[in-house]
Design a protein around this ligand. Structure first.
Ligand code: AQP
Length: 353
């Protein structure tokens, strides 16, 4: 093999209502990438039990994320859509990666620090090892590119560290079984079994911020529903949340530089740009000099126009769980076949009988 086959992998946790951040940071990118590469999109249900083990409705949440994938325009026939727990090789490779990764690497993860809070000793071992499972999700398909929001950048750097250590620790065996690829990492030539994944983060809204606080990311777990736009919100709710979004008293600047030090304004302009496939500069050419009382209704109209069809299609799909289950079953069979092949090689490399 002279190079890794380009392959996209990404996932979303079934931990609550998807919001505009998930849509712009993940789903919209997932859809666009379908034209460029083979894509595998996963509902990462095993991840969702790391922070909170017991969920009332994990199955329906899993179906709801799948519905959001399909409603956004992901094609489950040309590409693969499935749920993580249906392909046990994810958890198996994660165990091997737990033995590759170092505790110090995990302790440095900002998401772990944020989610574990002050009582770190009481966090689940799964929450600490979360990035190891995420590395396994990606690398069990030897995926090369991962579209994510900016908050996942550190986890993808860790995925590269895990892949690199595995490749170096088992270099001799990888050569022996003839399944490696010659790559260069920095200046170093490496005979790699696992690729060095590339994060795909770019875009005008790589980190959508809370509508109530421009310094916090928009998040499913924020106690204030007004902080986020949910994909299931109706048109009136979307418009109300945008109307109530925190802003400053100044007019919009005409240049992107003028957004510096104005996180709430920057966020709303970024959202406008991402929803309309424009740059922030382009949006400011049109709206620079206007007050938020003029800009917010335009943003609300745009958000409703983009999100309403997704919302309606999601509702239709959620009413047909048998269809969603059939999509997931088909996807997990196809994903499982790829994962099984990788794990056969991993067993050989590690020396498992
Ligand atoms: N605010 C955001 N802006 C841009 N992208 C975002 N993503 C999440 N929030 C934003 C991206 O969405 C994908 C799926 O995220 P996830 O649900 O698997 O995990 P998460 O990052 O934990 O999502 P939340 O909403 O922030 O959940 P909680 O509140 O539980 O922490 C990822 O690609 C992520 O980057």
């Amino acid at each position: 093999m002279s190079e890794f086959k380009p392959q996209i992998f990404s996932g979303v946790q079934p931990t609550g209502n998807l919001h505009l951040g998930n849509y712009l940071g993940a789903l919209r990118k997932f859809v666009a990438l379908q034209e460029q590469m083979d894509c595998i999109y996963c509902v990462v249900d095993l991840h969702s039990i790391t922070a909170q083990l017991v969920h009332d409705d994990l199955k329906s949440q899993t179906r709801s994320i799948t519905a959001a994938y399909l409603a956004s325009g992901i094609d489950p026939v040309k590409h693969i859509v499935f749920n993580q727990s249906a392909v046990p090789q994810h958890a198996e490779l994660a165990w091997i990666f737990n033995c590759v990764a170092r505790i110090g690497w995990m302790n440095r993860m900002t998401q772990f620090k944020d989610k574990a809070g002050k009582d770190r000793e009481n966090a689940s071992l799964g929450l600490l090892a979360y990035p190891s499972l995420m590395a396994a999700d990606i690398l069990v398909y030897r995926a090369t590119h991962v579209p994510v929001g900016d908050d996942q950048k550190q986890h993808l750097e860790l995925t590269r560290d895990i892949a690199m250590k595995f490749n170096l620790d088992f270099a001799k065996k990888i050569k022996e079984i003839g399944k490696g690829v010659d790559i260069t990492v920095g200046d170093q030539p490496v005979h790699a079994f696992f690729p060095m994944v590339e994060p795909l983060i770019e875009g005008p809204a790589p980190r959508v911020m809370s509508l109530k606080d421009g310094s916090k990311k928009m998040s499913k777990s924020d106690p204030s529903d007004l902080s986020r736009i949910n994909l299931t919100d109706d048109a009136e709710t979307v418009a109300r949340k945008i109307r109530k979004a925190k802003t400053d008293p100044d007019a919009l600047p005409s240049e992107v530089d003028g957004l510096k030090g104005r996180p709430e304004a920057d966020n709303l302009v970024g959202i406008f740009a991402a929803l309309s496939d424009r740059t922030k500069a382009d949006v400011l050419t049109e709206y620079g000099g206007q007050q938020f009382s003029q800009f917010k209704p335009a943003l609300a109209e745009l958000a409703v126009n983009v999100l309403s069809p997704v919302n309606a299609e999601m509702r239709r799909l959620i009413d047909d769980p048998a269809h969603i289950d059939a999509v997931l079953k088909d996807g997990s069979e196809r994903a499982g076949a790829i994962a099984e092949k990788t794990m056969k090689d991993v067993h050989e490399i590690v020396g498992l009988l």
